[in-house]
Design a protein around this ligand. Structure first.
Ligand code: MRU
Length: 353
């Protein structure tokens, strides 16, 4: 029996033979589940955003690693480790920005390298066990983020969020949206502005879908309306997720996040990022080192799958941008709220794995 979330849908679930995911490209029109049966299915689902959101990508990649080695015929430990490395390197080419994907794959490989197992069969079991652990931990991270985050939301506040940092982006209840769900659960009257999030519309397709199901009072706006909402004092704070946070606190998230942070600073509004420990990449010094995914121009020339721009136009389509640490009021993490000044040492101290 697959475990359903509080709202009766699930983002991902291990069935025993495959990883079942809710195909997010079909939402909100259809709720279609898809079984990922091998590493290629997993790679395709990640690349095409059937499953997405940094923490979910970590979990899916770990299961993908298992799917990629479960039928490996070799018996020797060394051959098995070589195969693990091969599948890991392949999955790493799916999407470049969310560090959770890389961290989860590295964690599984390291675990296998550092534990003793005599046969490939035994090794396979260990990989699956580690993937399940990563999933379970992510669920807990979401709960903790919610617990640390909801006290920061004033009663009656109007929040603005971008992209989707909800249950659809994690193995639990989400990061930014988990804070919102918790605030509501605790009886706080709040409302939310949801950015549409061009070009792939994670806001209007996914966040709107989740918030509606959870009974949250929200208003959908186009991305270019956020500034005007702030100017009219209709937004009290911005709350978003992240894909990779560097050692100095610079944070990559869905493109458009940086503009919101600049607007928030101009209008003296708090700008919060909610993210688990697995989204911090303390090995890179700053946002300059974060690889930004560049996606196909068709996403820009079209809207919801329909061609809009004339043929032959030039496009540019970075999927993420980097918000400088100086614009971030605080990070809401599974280990507490971290405020400036940000530094590698501070993150290391506060974020114990
Ligand atoms: O391209 P996507 O949909 O994978 O982008 C996702 C985001 O930018 C999210 O805000 C981020 O991964 C945080 S999810 C908890």
């Amino acid at each position: 029996m697959l475990k359903l979330k509080k709202s009766e849908y699930f983002t991902l679930a291990w069935t025993g033979q495959s990883l079942r995911i809710l195909d997010q490209t079909k939402l909100p029109q259809k709720e279609v589940y898809r079984d990922l049966k091998n590493a290629e299915d997993t790679w395709e689902a990640i690349r095409n955003l059937r499953v997405r959101g940094a923490p979910a990508l970590g979990v899916v990649a770990a299961y993908g690693l298992y799917l990629g080695i479960k039928d490996f015929p070799g018996r020797r430990r060394s051959d098995f480790l070589t195969q693990i490395h091969k599948v890991k390197s392949y999955l790493e080419t799916s999407r470049p920005t969310a560090v959770n994907l890389f961290a989860a794959l590295r964690r599984v490989e390291e675990k296998l390298k550092n534990t003793s197992f005599s046969s490939a069969e035994e090794g396979k079991k260990k990989v699956l066990l580690e993937a399940k652990k990563i999933e379970k931990e992510d669920e807990t991270f979401c709960d903790r983020i919610a617990d640390y985050g909801f006290p920061l939301i004033p009663v009656g506040a109007a929040l603005l969020t971008h992209c989707n940092a909800g249950a659809l982006a994690t193995a639990g209840d989400g990061t930014a949206l988990a804070v919102i769900f918790k605030a509501k659960e605790k009886g706080k009257k709040i409302s939310v502005f949801v950015d549409e999030t061009r070009p792939l519309l994670q806001g209007s397709r996914l966040t709107a879908w989740e918030l509606q199901r959870r009974g949250i009072d929200f208003t959908l706006i186009c991305d270019n309306m956020a500034g005007w909402m702030m100017r009219q004092k209709r937004v009290d704070l911005v709350l978003v997720g992240a894909d990779r946070i560097a050692a100095n606190g610079d944070a990559a998230n869905k493109v458009g996040t940086y503009s919101l942070a600049v607007l928030a600073r101009h209008h003296k509004i708090s700008f919060y990022i909610a993210a688990p420990v697995t989204t911090f990449d303390l090995d890179i010094p700053d946002g300059e080192s974060i690889p930004i995914e560049e996606r196909c121009g068709d996403e820009v020339t079209g809207f919801a799958g329909k061609r809009v721009a004339p043929p032959g136009v030039k496009t540019c389509n970075p999927a993420f941008d980097v918000t400088p640490a100086s614009l971030i009021t605080a990070f809401i993490t599974d280990q507490g709220v971290i405020r400036p000044p940000y530094s590698k040492r501070k993150f290391q101290r506060k974020l114990k794995p």
